[in-house]
Design a protein around this ligand. Structure first.
Ligand code: B12
Length: 429
C-alpha cells in the first residue's frame, strides 16, 4: 500500500471567502440546501459526502451517517460491475474524506479493494477510447491522492492540455489542474511538462474569468474552477487571481445554486478547500485507519461555512414571469446516422422545465417525439430521442440548444421562455 503523509498534497495558503460575515452566511445557506436534498432512499451522491467532510459536517447527524452507510453499500453492490472508473474514483475520494479505508471496504464475503478496480477500469476505458478527459483527470487525481500514481496517464493528460487541437471545457480543465497539482507535488520527474501544462491551463481559466466578468465558464463550473485556482497559485504567478470577484459572482447568483451537485462543487472552494484535501486522512505508513474518525474541519474555529456552486446559465434575457401558458418550439435533428428532422410547438404551464416540453411533445406525437432518460445525480439525462440513442463507443449524444446556443443546464432544470426555440441535435463529443 505504501501511503506517505498527505501534507505535501495540499495547496499552500488556501484562503476561501471565510473572512467575511456575508460569506459565512452564504456557506451556511448552501450547506443547508445541499443537506436538505439528501433523501434516505434515493441514490447516494458521493460528491455530497465529500463536500460535507471538507466543510466539517456533523458526523453524528443521522443524515451524515445514513449517507455514508448508503455510499459504502452502493460501492459494494456496484463498484466492480456497474460503475465507470470516474464513479469509482468519486466513491474513493468520498470514503477517504470520511476516513474509511478504500483498500478494504467491508463486504459480506471479503473486503473489497477499490484501488485496483479503479486502475483496471481506467486502463480498459482508455484502451477502448470510452473515457472523457474529465474522468481521466478525476481518476489520475484519485490515484495520486492514494499514492498509486499513474505517471503515464498524467503525462498523457499534460500533453492533451498543451495540444493546440485540444478544446476542453472549464470543468475538465479544472479537474485536470487538481490532478496535475497533486502529481507535481508528489512525484518529481517529468515536472517540466506538467508544470508547463499547469501554467497554460490555469492562465486559460484566468482568461475565462476576465472574459466572463468574474464567471469562469458558467455557474456550474465555477466550483471546480475556484478549487483549481486556489490550489495552483504558483503556476500562474506573478499573475494574480481575483478570487474576491469569483466569490462575489457566487454570492450574487446564490439563488441559482439549487442543484445539490453544483453546491457540492462550490462549497469546498468557498472555504479554501479542494478535492486535494480528501487526501488529508490517508494515513502515513504505519498509521491505522480509524473506525469513526473526526473529518477534516474548516480553518480556525469557525463553524462549517456555507459556500455554493451553481450549475446554471446566467440569465441573458430579462426573466419575465408569464402568467399564462408558455409556447415552446421544439425540434429534433439527426444528421449523423441517416437523417431526420421534426419540429413541433407545445404549450406548457408557466415555469415548466424543459422535460415537461419533451413530455408534452411525446404525448401529442408519440411516434415522432419518443424519448428516454437515465436518472443521474444531476437529474434526467436524455439517452435517446426518436429511437436513436447516444453511445459512449461512438461518442455521440443528444445535445440541447436554445436556438443555436448550447444549453448549460439539463432538461430537468432548464426553464424555457415563451416562444423559445429548443433544439435537440444528435452530436458528437
Ligand atoms: C463529460 C460531460 C458530458 C458528456 C458525458 C458523456 C461521457 N461519456 O462522458 C456529454 C458530452 C454527453 C455531456 C452532455 C451534456 N452535458 Co455535460 N458534462 C460533462 C462533464 C464535463 C463531466 C461529467 C462527468 O464525467 N462526471 C464524473 C462522473 C464520474 O460522474 P457521473 O455521474 O457518472 O457523470 C455522468 C453524468 O454527469 C452525465 N452527464 C454529463 N453531462 C450531463 C448533463 C446533465 C444535465 C445530466 C442530467 C447528466 C449529465 O454523464 C456523465 C458520464 O456518464 C460535466 C462537468 C462536471 N463538473 O460534472 C458536464 C456537465 C455535467 N454537463 C452539463 C450540461 C449542461 C450538458 C448538456 C445538457 C449540454 C447540452 N447543451 O446539451 C448535455 C446533456 C444533454 C442530455 N442528453 O441530456 C452541465 C450540467 C449543468 C447543470 N447544472 O445541469 C455540466 C456541469 C457542465 C457545465 N459546467 O455546464 N456532458
Amino acid at each position: 500500500m505504501g501511503h506517505g503523509g498527505p501534507g505535501d498534497l495540499l495547496p499552500s495558503g488556501p484562503e476561501g471567502c471565510w473572512a467575511t460575515a456575508s460569506c459565512d452566511q452564504l456557506v451556511r445557506e448552501l450547506l443547508q440546501r445541499m443537506e436538505e436534498s439528501i433523501q434516505p432512499h434515493a441514490q447516494s451522491n458521493p460528491s455530497i459526502l465529500l463536500a460535507m467532510n471538507l466543510l466539517g459536517a456533523d458526523i453524528e447527524s443521522p443524515t451524515y451517517k445514513s449517507l455514508l452507510q448508503n455510499i459504502k453499500e452502493e460501492v459494494v453492490r456496484k463498484a466492480q460491475k456497474a460503475m465507470t472508473s470516474g464513479q469509482v474514483a468519486q466513491h474513493i475520494l468520498a470514503l477517504l474524506s470520511s476516513c474509511q479505508d478504500p483498500w478494504q471496504v467491508p463486504a459480506p464475503e471479503e473486503p473489497i479493494d477499490l484501488i485496483p478496480i479503479l486502475q483496471q477500469k481506467m486502463h480498459e476505458e482508455i484502451t477502448h477510447n470510452v473515457i472523457s478527459w474529465y474522468n481521466r483527470s478525476l481518476d489520475i487525481l484519485t490515484l495520486c491522492v492514494v499514492k498509486e500514481h499513474d505517471r503515464g496517464a498524467a503525462v498523457a493528460l499534460a500533453k492533451e492540455l498543451l495540444s493546440p487541437d485540444s478544446h476542453l471545457d472549464v470543468d475538465t480543465c479544472a479537474m485536470a489542474v487538481l490532478a496535475l497539482v497533486c502529481e507535481n507535488n508528489t512525484a518529481p520527474y517529468q515536472e517540466h511538462l506538467i508544470q508547463w501544462a499547469l501554467g497554460n491551463v490555469t492562465n486559460g481559466l484566468l482568461d475565462e474569468q476576465e472574459k466572463g466578468k468574474g464567471v469562469i465558464g458558467n455557474l456550474s463550473s465555477m466550483g471546480l474552477a475556484i478549487q483549481a485556482l486556489e490550489s495552483s497559485r504558483k503556476f500562474y504567478a506573478p499573475r494574480r487571481w481575483d478570487h474576491a470577484q469569483a466569490f462575489s459572482v457566487v454570492q450574487t447568483y446564490e439563488q441559482e445554486y439549487t442543484q445539490p451537485m453544483a453546491i457540492a462543487r462550490v462549497l469546498p472552494g468557498l472555504v479554501g478547500k479542494s478535492y486535494l484535501n480528501a487526501a488529508a486522512l490517508v494515513p502515513s505508513a504505519g498509521d491505522t485507519w480509524h473506525s469513526n474518525p473526526e473529518p477534516p474541519r474548516p480553518h480556525g474555529d469557525h463553524a462549517p461555512a456555507p459556500f455554493s456552486v451553481g450549475a446554471f446559465q446566467l440569465p441573458t434575457l430579462p426573466l419575465s414571469s408569464p402568467t399564462g401558458p408558455l409556447t415552446v418550439q421544439y425540434s429534433i435533428t439527426n444528421t449523423l446516422k441517416n437523417y431526420f428532422h421534426y419540429s413541433t410547438s407545445v404549450c406548457v404551464p408557466p415555469g415548466s422545465r424543459l422535460l415537461q416540453v419533451l413530455k408534452v411533445a411525446r404525448h401529442e406525437k408519440p411516434h415522432i417525439f419518443s424519448f428516454k432518460t437515465n436518472q443521474t445525480h444531476l437529474g434526467p439525462f436524455v439517452v435517446s430521442i426518436h429511437g436513436l440513442a447516444g453511445s459512449d463507443n461512438d461518442r455521440t449524444y443528444w445535445q440541447f440548444f436554445s436556438c443555436w446556443s448550447p444549453l448549460q443546464q439539463g432538461v430537468g432544470t432548464y426553464r424555457p421562455k415563451n416562444w423559445e426555440h429548443i433544439q435537440a441535435v444528435f452530436s458528437t463529443y
